[in-house]
Design a protein around this ligand. Structure first.
Ligand code: NAD
Ligand code: ZN
Length: 354
């Protein structure tokens, strides 16, 4: 079992990572709660919900809600339904919400916790590799038809309990999706992290020790950034490496059709190309694309108009005054934020998508 403490100017919480932690939830609760409300999804519930309920062992009354698996559940309707469930269950300001699932559940349940009676405690129990990223840093949100995460806020959990045993049931597609965020963390951090990840073969089962090391390193990279810039006034934007195009692809292709990590993988390739062109440098583009191909990332996008993607990229939350904001790399481990002219991006994206 390993522990990382996240310490920002306003908050502190522990991320505990280890095997079988879902059986020991009670040990990680910071206090006694009047009620506990677990929010999970329809894939995770049959696998792990009962373990978590059993581990609370009657210490507080427990209720739960199971939302349909998939990004579509990060909606205003499901949010409203969960609020109704929480009210009916009798939650009060001394109650706790547990988000048991991947990033979708974490973002949704976190937003419910942030807004229920102006905010009650919540715990993240991530069950995907991707959620090493989403469970840390306190961003919670739901989607609007016009774009991802447009309705949300900063609301840190009181604890993150990461049981890596739950990752054993992840489908390959989700392992691949989660590793894209680890790759992202490696590129914005330092070249030795990417050197390690570039040796990983996701097709062969990764052993737990190796996986935990990668997750810990990813969380550390994120923690260091979030600790310095919790509310994303500057360097936290580095975590958006690969996301400007990634988010546009997700919205344009449809959330069920492409995973977050698959979209980010393509977004990182494009960010590499833009960096190489703009700064006239050479990045390990070939190495990245070969790694993605050998791990069967889907890199071909079927007939999407460049126009539509550019419009989406302009609408990204981070973009200012019609420019497109992208995180680029001067070299591996040296990210920077650029405001780019939409016509240049249109041209380069057109070439990239060929
Ligand atoms: P997800 O939660 O939808 O999980 C992916 C799939 O895996 C789902 O079908 C889910 O039911 C299933 N699943 C989850 N755990 C499982 C397990 N242990 N065994 C078997 N199946 C399991 O998606 P995700 O990839 O974890 O996260 C993506 C979401 O995270 C997006 O909504 C994205 O916007 C968000 N995100 C948020 C942040 C943040 O800082 N808040 C950062 C990155 C991503
Ligand atoms: Zn992401």
């Amino acid at each position: 079992m390993k522990k990382i403490t996240i310490q920002t100017s306003t908050n502190q919480y522990d991320v505990t990572i280890g095997e079988g932690l879902r059986h020991q939830v009670l040990e990680y609760l910071p206090k006694q709660y009047s009620r506990i409300f677990i929010i999970t999804d329809s894939n995770v519930a049959p696998l792990y919900l009962h373990d978590v309920i059993n581990s609370i062992n009657g210490a507080s009354p427990v209720d739960y809600a199971v939302v349909p698996a998939g990004e579509a559940s990060k909606s205003i309707q499901i949010y409203y339904d969960l609020m109704s469930d929480a009210i009916k269950a009798g939650l009060d300001r001394d109650s706790l919400i547990i988000a048991l699932g991947g990033g979708m559940v974490g973002d949704l349940a976190g937003f419910v916790a942030a807004t229920f009676m102006r905010g009650i405690d919540f715990i993240q129990m991530p069950t995907t590799i991707l959620a090493h990223d989403s469970s840390v840093g306190g961003k919670v949100a739901i989607n609007h038809d016009e774009g991802k995460n447009l309705i949300g806020c900063f609301y840190p959990p009181v604890a993150v309990i990461y049981d890596v045993e739950t990752l054993h049931t992840l489908p390959f597609k989700e392992i691949r999706s989660g590793y894209a965020e680890i790759v992202k963390h490696s590129f914005i951090h330092e070249s030795s992290f990417w050197s390690t990840i570039s040796q990983v073969n996701l097709i062969e089962a990764i052993n737990d020790t190796e996986l935990v090391n990668h997750l810990l390193k990813g969380i550390e990279v994120k923690a260091q950034i979030v600790e310095q810039d919790e509310y994303e006034s500057n360097i936290r934007q580095f975590l958006n490496f690969g996301h400007t195009l990634g988010h546009a692809l997700e919205s344009e292709i449809g959330y069920g059709e492409i995973t977050h990590g698959e979209a980010v993988a393509i977004g990182m390739l494009f960010a590499f190309q833009v960096s190489e062109k703009l700064y006239e440098i050479k990045l390990p583009y070939e190495q990245l694309i070969n790694w993605l191909k050998s791990n069967q990332y889907p890199l071909k996008i079927q007939e999407i108009a460049t126009d539509k993607l550019v419009t989406r990229m302009k609408r990204d939350k981070k973009s200012k005054s019609q420019k497109i904001t992208m995180v680029l790399l001067r070299e591996v481990g040296k990210p920077l934020i650029e405001q780019l002219d939409d016509q240049t991006i249109h041209l380069w994206l057109g070439e990239f998508l060929q």
